[in-house]
Design a protein around this ligand. Structure first.
Ligand SMILES: Cc1ncc(COP(=O)(O)O)c(C=O)c1O
Length: 392
């Protein structure tokens, strides 16, 4: 049997399998684990979305190949939603592309812009698909550290000039997964200016635009005047509309970048199943109070988890947005792997060690706000009991 390509060895993280093995072992021992590791939304989409999907599945017309660049009605619904939400006008013909979940578009973007050896700027810690996108295209990742000292924003001024000039692609993501930080317009303006100066394709991942708390409304990078000259932005139906299994997202912004990505995708897939695009239209054009109600559910969960952990003396900040809590290692722990394994072993609570998202993540663990209030309360209780000797 031929060996798999070397690039596959660079993908993925062994830590996930290690944690999964331990989780299975615990379950076999009869310990019911609480899994806060996966950011998969556990709430259901609204009825009007499910109904739209049901109706379209029944129509025989919807079983031909869809177009890679999507149904015109879908692209128009995106442009309308975008204008309403961010006051950014988009040309639905050239500046909008549906994707099979934003993962699809993000993962294939490297193939459109990187030649082997080309540099891409990638946040560290960061959502893993950015690194995968670079490595699958045989590009070279230059990590942008996200540290608490700089409010988890990359310090663009610290990037050496020769790296900035050589870089072709930069990924940003606010509200951020895993660090749960947000960015303001001032930072976005700086990022756009940096990308313009260095001729870099700027890719902003806005998967968590609607999961924000305490009245905060995350901005779009395309609100920066002139951003469309260099930037594209990804959105996901997975989090905003609880449609993760439908695999639907879209990318908007610079039409040349979108055209490049469309070429890659048209060689790989034939676009999104039409009933799913129609369900997407129903989501974008239908009532949206339920989206805010869902955000309120996540906000309440955030409060239970963060207030609970703080009451144990584990100092954790409340995120303004995203579905995660990025918690610094408590009680003298130095390694996120060691702490996550101990948390699972002693308390049966599964979290992701920060090192899984990059070297700079090692001082933290990521907890997803998935699970009902009672489950999160139980997680806090269990952690309190398991680490009682540390808590005064
Ligand atoms: C920051 C970020 N981007 C993209 C994705 C992928 O989303 P989708 O389901 O649209 O592929 C996720 C999923 O967790 C995410 O956290």
């Amino acid at each position: 049997m031929a060996k798999t390509a070397e690039r596959l060895q660079q993908l993925g993280s062994g830590i996930f399998s290690e944690l999964d093995e331990l989780r299975k072992q615990k379950e076999q021992e009869g310990i019911k684990t609480i899994n806060l590791s996966i950011g998969s939304p556990d709430l259901a989409p609204a009825d009007h979305i499910k109904k739209a999907l049901q109706a379209e599945v029944d129509s025989s017309e919807n079983y031909g190949y869809p177009l890679t660049n999507g149904m015109p009605e879908f692209r128009e619904a995106v442009a309308e939603w975008y204008e309403k939400r961010f006051q950014v006008p988009l040309n639905p013909k050239t500046e909008v592309l549906p994707v099979m979940g934003s993962q699809d578009g993000l993962g294939h973007l490297g193939l459109a812009y990187l030649n082997p050896g080309d540099i891409a700027l990638v946040p560290d810690p960061g959502y893993p698909v950015y690194t995968a996108s670079v490595l699958l295209a045989n590009g070279v990742k230059y990590p942008l550290p996200l540290t608490a000292d700089n409010k988890f924003l990359p310090d663009l001024k610290a990037i050496p000039k020769e790296i900035a000039q050589k870089a072709k692609l930069m990924f940003l993501n606010y509200p951020n997964n895993p660090v749960a930080a947000v960015a303001d317009m001032e930072f976005f303006a700086e990022a756009v200016a940096f990308a313009k100066e260095n001729h870099i394709v700027l890719c902003h991942d806005l998967a968590y635009s609607e999961l924000a708390y305490d009245g905060y409304r995350p901005p779009s990078i395309l609100e920066v005047p002139g951003a469309k000259d260099v930037a594209i932005e990804f959105h996901s139906f997975s989090k905003t509309f609880c449609m993760a299994g439908c695999r639907l997202g879209f990318v908007v912004g610079n039409q040349e970048i979108i055209a490049g990505l469309t070429i890659v995708k048209s060689n790989i897939d034939f676009g999104v199943y039409k009933p799913i695009q129609k369900a997407g239209i129903a989501a974008l054009t239908g009532p949206d109070d339920w989206v805010r109600e869902n955000a309120a559910i996540y906000q309440h969960r955030r409060d239970i988890l963060v207030d609970g952990l703080n009451s144990l003396g584990w100092q954790v900040e409340k995120p303004k947005a995203s579905m995660f809590v990025w918690a610094p290692l408590p009680w003298g722990y130095q390694s996120s792997r060691e702490f996550a394994l101990d948390l699972l072993d002693k308390a049966g609570v599964v979290v992701v060690p920060g090192i899984a998202f990059g070297e700079q993540g090692d001082g933290y663990v990521r907890m997803a706000l998935v699970g009902e209030d009672r489950l999160l309360e139980e997680a806090v209780e269990r952690i309190g009991k398991a680490f009682a000797s540390y808590i005064s």
